[in-house]
Design a protein around this ligand. Structure first.
Ligand code: GCV
Length: 730
């Protein structure tokens, strides 16, 4: 298959590629309802909903819908079926034809990738229960489909939800869907720099910055905002958390209009723009002698600067802060703690309703590798647990899913479940820094699902914790919020994987991670497979053979990547700085706190309480006991928690060394299999789409062999133990 339009659309429109539905009967059924469009109500998001529906209907059905104006106050738009977009409370208040049918009755979900959040029988009652961002979709008596937002943002999400239904070929008769996002914060963080580069970016340059200028690519930024809104993203930080001199100036009065230009586009799509800020900006920009958070002049500077930012930037959301981390300035310089730092910014933001997202990635990056007692894995918990309850209620602590740094396999950070009186956001990394840099296929949702589903033995999962659910009820001594209170601001945040590449993500299939992140942030109980299938169908089309092939590739890819790169929970065997490619000792004698301690007898880090760094003791009792014992510890994390001999038997029955050899061989073979599978659907895909992914899969297959051979050779030479199957090890 080869059509220029299809190729470009897949590249540029990603999953919002509205190609004509081929099934004529289905198209006609949809067209009978979609030929008339009513948008009742005002607001930027409703305007965007109208534009998007028009665009989707034109593309998918090949018709231009007629815009029907609801007569002011009457709600009368004729008896013919139509798509009606409005606010749920408007429907009730104005006694529209549909009222009882649209809102009452047994609320269900569309299914799709996951059930609507908390959809119940009688709880959908206008804005109060849908919330600003929730929505209901109902089919009325005459076949009209009502897209009812709790607020204007909800109406926009309803429009995208309905479009997804059409793209998926769903039945629009008798719809009774209710959707509400699980979390109020569904954020994407860009690590984009003012010079146009992207830290850990693998898809070209920055969408936002070009040689110091911000917001020039208006069309592309608008498409970006559409894509984000379509998956429910409502907050985007546009600049790198490593805030250098140039980005520090984004808060200067003469730069605010540029920021405002991007924020204006975001606002039309319900997205709040955040800025990552340099904790020392009062010195660098304000000319003060200090950035001490307890100095009144510093607090006043932040208050004034923040008020000005809100005056100038529409829909500004607040600040993201990386402090006292990897050479960034922070409150430690002044002998203050992170609650002092975060609360000072929170006080500046509070009058404007803003939020400070404060990162917990705080550790000693100048560690002596000879010192075995210092353990980087402990750092976030050690720094932040003593501050639980000390944060203002517009502070959200952003916590990486593992205690180290986005490795292929890590245990879940104990801080996520430990904090009970502090609002949190789980931080994920969509950009594939340690997972193949968008040259290897690695669908991250299975890994993210494991983190979200993790509970430490008391039935409270990380997904619950990120939503403030099932927590303690105490109020913090310093005024922190009781977990789960109504004003909860936490949720999920993730590092972006997009850039200026035509297909957004470099590796086309890496789009599934971006799409999937948004869908999970909306509903964490949705399945990785269902979300993957949505992405495939919306992006690559409805061919079932393509869908089955690609979903298998996606679902197996994380396990495949892990099996040739990171054995039994050991990470960091990569080249320093750029983090690509095998280098077993790349981080072994470094100051970064990243060791495997392999010698001739064994491998792994002793993190037990009994004989090691004590990290295992940071978990609640049940999980701590599991990790403390090398016999109870799950195989896949054995070397994260224990230093063991190569001959130790795993639960699988294999020795550690044989496991290392076997998984390297299998992993490389399975990576080669991904290429074979993709080639099997070559004639079902646009030529350029097939070729671009093929090139990456071919590289992956070859690179996986390199990983296999370097790791096997290294461990054979260390241990002197041959492979039980006599395969070639160099
Ligand atoms: C933005 C890791 C990455 C850094 C990143 C840092 C962070 O260390 O390698 O590039 O810095 O994480 O999350 O702040």
């Amino acid at each position: 298959m080869d059509t220029g339009r299809a190729e470009n659309a897949v590249y540029e429109q990603a999953w919002l590629d509205y190609r004509l539905i081929e099934d004529e009967a289905l198209r006609a059924r949809y067209a009978a309802v979609c030929g008339r469009l009513v948008v009742a109500g005002a607001g930027a998001e409703l305007t965007s909903a109208r534009l998007e529906l028009r665009r989707a209907i034109a593309g998918l059905l090949g018709i231009e819908p007629v815009d029907v104006e609801a007569e002011a106050g009457s709600g009368d738009w004729g008896s013919e079926p139509a798509i009606v977009v409005t606010l749920a409370d408007r429907v009730q208040e104005r006694r529209y034809e549909l009222a009882a049918d649209a809102i009452g009755g047994d609320a269900g979900s569309n299914g799709g990738a996951g059930a609507g959040a908390g959809a119940g029988a009688t709880d959908i009652n206008g804005t109060c229960t849908l919330g600003e961002e929730g929505y209901a979709i109902r089919t009325g008596a005459n076949g009209s489909v009502y897209l009812l937002g709790g607020g204007a943002k909800g109406a926009l999400y309803a429009a995208f939800g309905f479009i997804r239904l059409l793209q998926m070929g769903g039945d629009i008769r008798g719809l009774r869907m209710v959707e509400r996002p699980a979390y109020p914060l569904r954020m994407i963080d860009h690590w984009d720099n003012a010079d146009g580069s992207v830290e850990r970016g693998y898809a070209g340059g920055s969408l936002f910055f070009e040689a110091g200028r911000l917001g020039g690519r208006i069309g592309r930024i608008r498409d970006y905002a559409r894509l984000q809104a379509s998956i429910g993203i409502n907050a985007v930080a546009i600049n790198n958390v490593n805030v250098h001199a140039k980005e520090t100036r984004l808060l200067a009065p003469e730069r605010l209009d540029e920021v405002a230009g991007v924020a204006e586009i975001f606002r039309e799509y319900g997205i709040a723009l955040y800025l990552s800020v340099n904790f020392a900006v009062p010195i660098e920009l304000g000319g003060l002698a200090t950035a001490d958070p307890l100095d009144p002049a510093v607090a006043a500077w932040w208050r004034e600067t923040t008020a000005e930012a809100y005056r100038r930037i529409p829909g500004f959301g607040g600040y993201v802060v990386k402090a006292d981390s990897e050479h960034r300035p922070g409150p430690f310089t002044y002998g203050r703690d992170h609650a002092d730092g975060a609360n000072m910014l929170a006080d500046a933001l509070a009058p404007q309703g803003g939020t400070v997202v404060w990162r917990c990635f705080v550790y000693d990056c100048k560690q002596d590798w000879r010192d075995r007692r210092t353990d980087r894995a402990r750092a976030a918990y050690d720094h932040f647990m003593p501050l639980d309850g000390a944060f203002r209620d517009n502070v959200v602590l952003q916590i990486k899913h593992g205690p180290m740094d986005f490795q292929v396999r890590e245990p879940v950070s104990p801080l996520l479940l430990g904090l009970r009186r502090t609002q949190i956001a789980l931080e994920l990394q969509i950009t594939q820094e340690y997972t193949g840099q968008q040259r290897h296929l690695c669908y991250l949702l299975p890994m993210w699902k494991e983190a979200l589903d993790f509970d430490a033995g008391d039935g409270r999962t990380v997904a619950d914790a990120a939503g403030g659910l099932k927590g303690g009820q105490d109020t913090g001594e310093r005024g922190g919020p009781a977990v789960g209170h109504r004003g909860w601001r936490g949720g999920l945040a993730a590092v972006s994987n997009v850039g200026t590449d035509a297909n957004w993500t470099g590796h086309l299939l890496a789009q599934a991670n971006w799409y999937g992140y948004g869908r999970l942030a909306w509903q964490p109980s949705a399945s990785a497979e269902a979300i993957g299938r949505e992405w495939i169908r919306m992006t690559l089309g409805p061919d079932p053979v393509v869908e089955e092939t690609v979903i298998r590739m996606l679902m197996e890819s994380h396990a495949i990547y892990e099996s040739y790169t990171a054995p039994l929970g050991v990470g960091w065997m990569v080249n320093p700085n750029h983090h690509y490619g095998p280098n077993v000792d790349g981080y072994e004698y470094s100051p970064w706190g990243t060791y495997h301690y392999a010698d001739r007898d064994g491998i792994g880090v002793d993190r037990t309480v009994a004989t090691g760094t004590g990290y295992a003791g940071q978990y609640p009792a049940a999980a701590a006991a599991l990790y403390e014992s090398p016999h109870a510890c799950p195989d896949e994390l054995l070397l994260f928690f224990h230093h063991v001999p190569y001959g130790m038997r795993l639960k699988s029955g294999k020795s550690v060394i044989q496991h290392i050899y076997d998984t390297r061989f299998e992993g490389a073979d399975r990576a080669a299999g991904l290429l074979v599978a993709w080639d099997g659907i070559a004639d079902r895909l646009p030529v350029r789409v097939h070729a671009s992914v093929r090139e990456r899969l071919a590289h992956q297959a070859e690179h996986a062999r390199e990983w296999r051979d370097q790791l096997n050779a290294y461990f054979y030479r260390k241990s002197g133990i041959p492979d039980a199957h006599g395969r070639t090890i160099y």
